[in-house]
Design a protein around this ligand. Structure first.
Ligand code: DAH
Length: 343
């Protein structure tokens, strides 16, 4: 009988001497001692042969064997996990630079527009808004371009078949009419927004672009005010020393002009951009036609005003020296990522 006791005691000392290191060895330890065909199980089966008076002692031996094997197994497993954690922590370099966080950038058109808005708000203009889906009356008639007037041909657009009076606005000028209908002078607004023309600028896109409209109406507003306002704008926006106003025609202004800024021909770039003249056309402008004031409910005997309208794309191209207008609409992040600005 002492054989079995000997065997059990030996198992106990063997167990204490075990030191499996990796997870495979630990699993082998578990199977050897605690498995269904393991040492402890087979020692338990020997119980039948133990004389009754020794059964209690043997049982206690078995219990402590089982408990020690279990505890040792758990301890070994915990130790192994801790070791893995430490290894991971050791390989973590807290001084390494973090993963880059890509910062967004504004679209060059938005930056350009924000600069324009910023300059005019400093001069007391506020921002007004109007719908892109406009009616014929605001887009043309109120802008002194009645039906069948040939000037409508200059701005062909997209009409709605079921609603002949509805169109995509061809310019931001209808916002002038909307503001004049709603407010009393003095009026000093700029109106940025998207406009549409039925022209093909490339095989892939129809003409959709952006403009900023300006309108100033009060008593005694003169052409000199127009000129000074636009000169200040051009100097702030482009740093140009001077502007030039060339006579032009728009149905809603009288007299009308086109404004050029002076870039000079010193650099090859400016020479090319200005086609050798040194002057670059930037916007259309003029004194608001008294007929337009009357159509929109403003007393043209008491009030006068000026208006102007400019394309934003053209200015963005100039500001950022972008060679192709289509780049502005293709949404290629490799292009867009290059523009960062606080504005
Ligand atoms: N609406 C004109 C266009 O799209 C631009 C323009 C010219 C606007 C003269 C004005 C202006 O307000 O006075 O071609």
């Amino acid at each position: 009988m002492s054989d079995i006791f000997e065997k059990a005691k030996k198992t106990l000392t063997d167990l204490a001497a075990e030191s499996p290191l990796d997870s495979e060895a630990i699993e082998a330890f578990r199977i050897r001692y605690l498995g269904t065909k393991g040492l402890i199980k087979s020692l338990m089966e020997e119980m039948r042969q133990v004389p009754n008076e020794q059964k209690r002692e043997y049982g206690q031996l078995m219990n402590s064997l089982k408990q020690q094997a279990e505890e040792k197994y758990q301890a070994l497993k915990a130790e192994l996990e801790a070791k893995a954690d430490n290894a991971a922590a050791a390989s973590l370099d807290l001084t390494a630079p973090g993963d880059p966080m890509p910062l967004g950038s504004r679209h060059p058109l938005a930056v350009t527009l924000n600069r324009i808005v910023d300059i005019f708000t400093r001069m007391g203009f506020s921002v007004a808004d109007g719908p892109e889906i406009e009616d014929d009356w605001h887009n043309f008639t109120a802008m002194n371009t009645p039906e069948d007037h040939p000037a409508r041909d200059m701005q062909d657009t997209f009409y709605v078949v079921d609603a002949p009076g509805i169109l995509l606005r061809t310019h931001t000028s209808p916002v002038q009419a909307r503001v004049m209908q709603q407010r009393k002078p003095p009026i000093r607004i700029i109106a940025p927004g998207r406009v549409y023309r039925n022209e093909t600028i490339s095989t892939r896109s129809h003409a959709q672009f952006h403009q900023v409209e300006g309108l100033y109406i009060d008593e005694g507003v003169s052409f000199a005010d127009l000129k000074q306002t636009l000169l200040y704008f051009a100097q702030e926006m482009f740093g140009t020393p001077k502007i030039r106003l060339r006579p032009s025609f728009f149905p809603f202004t009288e007299p009308s002009a086109e404004m050029d800024i002076w870039l000079g021909t010193d650099s090859e770039k400016n020479y090319r951009l200005t086609k050798g003249s040194g002057w670059l056309e930037i916007l259309g402008c003029g004194m608001v036609d008294p007929d337009v004031l009357e159509i929109c409910g403003i007393d043209s005997k008491k009030y006068s005003g000026f208006a102007f309208g400019m394309g934003i794309e053209r200015q963005a191209l100039r500001l950022y020296e972008i060679g192709d207008i289509r780049l502005l609409f293709e949404n290629d992040v490799r292009f867009l990522r290059q523009f960062t600005s606080a504005l």
